[in-house]
Design a protein around this ligand. Sequence first.
Ligand code: FBP
Length: 694
Amino acid sequence: MENQSCKSLEFLLNHPKTGHVTSNVNTETIERRSFSPKKIKIFSSKYTNIKDCPEYKFSNNKEAERLLPDINNNIVQKIIPGEGKTEKAKQAFKIRRNIGVLFSGGPAPGGHNVVAGLYDEVKKYNSESRVFGFLSGPDGLLESKYIEITQSLVDAYRNLGGFSMIKTGRTKIDSKNKMELSLKTCMDLELDALVVIGGDDSNTNAVFLAQRFKSAGIKVIGVPKTIDGDIQVKTDDKETLCAISFGFHTAARAFSQNISNLTSDASSDIKYWHVCKVMGRVASHLTLECAFQTHANLSFIGEELADYTDHHRIEKAKKKGTIDYTAYGMTLRHLSRLICDTIVRRAANGKNFGVMIVPEGILEFINEIQVFIIKLNAIIADYNLTHDIDFHTSFPTLNAKLEYLRRLTRGMGDRDKFSIWNLRDDDLFNQLPAFFREGLLMERDTHGNFQFSQVKTEDIIMDMVKEYLTILKEQGKYKIGIERSYYESTMKNSKFIPDKIAKVLFNNPEDKYMLIKESIISLKTLKQVLINTEVINQNDNIPEPIAQIFKKSDPKFKTQIHFYGYDGRGSDPTYFDCNYTYNLGLTSFHLIANGATGQMAAIKNLEKKFDKWEPIGIPITKLMRLEERKGKLELVIEKSLVDLDSNAFRVFKALRDGWMAADGNPDRYRRPGPVRFAGIAEEDRPITLMLNSI
Ligand code: FBP
């Protein structure tokens, strides 16, 4: 018997169908690999030139002028047809080149297509040219770890997500030694150019490399990657040069598909509020796009919260002849009250469920927490600057870290004058739950950024929401509205006159959703009211239909918490990102072949239809600002936040009450469907971009 079953397993494993259905290469992968992204028309020209565009103006930065003198005068360059090139220039365009490429920072869908576009164009002009991929991000450059990109390698990753082909890393090239090691690797490989595919910090790396490599004749081109969407470039005259970084659209669509599935679950099995924390670091671009994609009931845009004023409190204080300073800016408490307000209003209209989206960087816009983040950043940076051993190694546990902070309040820190942390900070900080304090104290990333994705922001907010809802419930203010038809059918077979009982039970017996009176908060209080109004006698039990209606009105607040981040950034790219990234690869090559360096490859008019797209180079130095990092002012690329004056935000603001559906109207959830790379149903750019292009 045993023997027979072994045989059949062998048969099963060797069966062609088993091989087919268990292969790691499925039909979707095969289709993706063979899909050819669209090419911007200019790339069909035999040769290209670059045209300087002084009409795009940026203000100068003194520090960039000082630190990046050889590339600080770069200006925007457009790639234009180059058929008129001299014969010599044509030969120079086609020379054999070695080009290095690396990914840097978190994965973003479409990265492989940048490499594919670059590779195809390099080989198109000279089949002997070579492309080298540095392994695991900047580390590959520092340690001279690389592979040669081949046709079969590129073909295996076309239109597929992740950065698995050559991996990525977050190492910062922040010392003279690292700079020299990078240069050595590139010179040993006889590179003509290096392409850095990364976010704001990685493009900062790229521009410093461009400065250092200039004298060696090695060009450096950056590529705007990050799901966060916080690399957006506008000129001083508000002309958009880069509407969004690549990967943003796919991540937003992947998150939105999941969020939208939750809207259908929530409105089917009516019992949960789904809380979706969405990646994006500080900026709320992803949340805004997900809001448009799904029409979730509540979506918070961090940038808006920073300007929050509680007019109710201001009025209250005014009446008392005082000023309430806590009314300005958002606190965790205000935020939890706003959430509760929606929950209570939806419940009153029979919807004790919903879906909310919270950006992972929301804490950055909550005054009291932002103060902690800034102070703790400074304390940790100060410690690291003055000790050989780093803060987290010295104080590995939460208690050890707290003890160090306490010593600062007593002036017993290593630097007595370091009084940034005072007794009040210590008191307030210690009121936060331990998991949250631990999150705020966590190690900063290599670039000195606070790691929002590691903090359980949603838990602290929802704990406060739960606490406040309990109070509202005890006050009789949080109740589920009883639909009139349900009430009437429940009362139908009882001896009571529905209209008469409705007046006893409900605040608003005339409305579609009737709310049980605030004074009735338990079966005990219900009985008392029924006795007082002579519906029943002292010794009677509460009649079953009335008890049933009361129970139905009694809300249970249950949540499911979700975090959308790593899943979406690993997704296969959308049609938009497939096309966008492939053309970024082509653009990188044409910038290099035309001698550019210190430029970021970009596509102008991304927010418009494909036939309007224009490949350009943006001077990275012009995007840089001084920012506090690890306790020092550093020249970095400025992150772009949600513009509260943008079309997208204004439309969101106008529509969000409808999506909240906190009145008697039905929910207006939208189904974006799965991420696609082809097909007429696939939208051709992010919704926020479409709105901003109007
Ligand atoms: P990049 O800025 O490198 O593109 O990374 C984006 C991101 O996914 C953020 O949204 C998130 O906060 C962070 O990376 C998470 O970092 P880690 O990969 O180190 O957990």
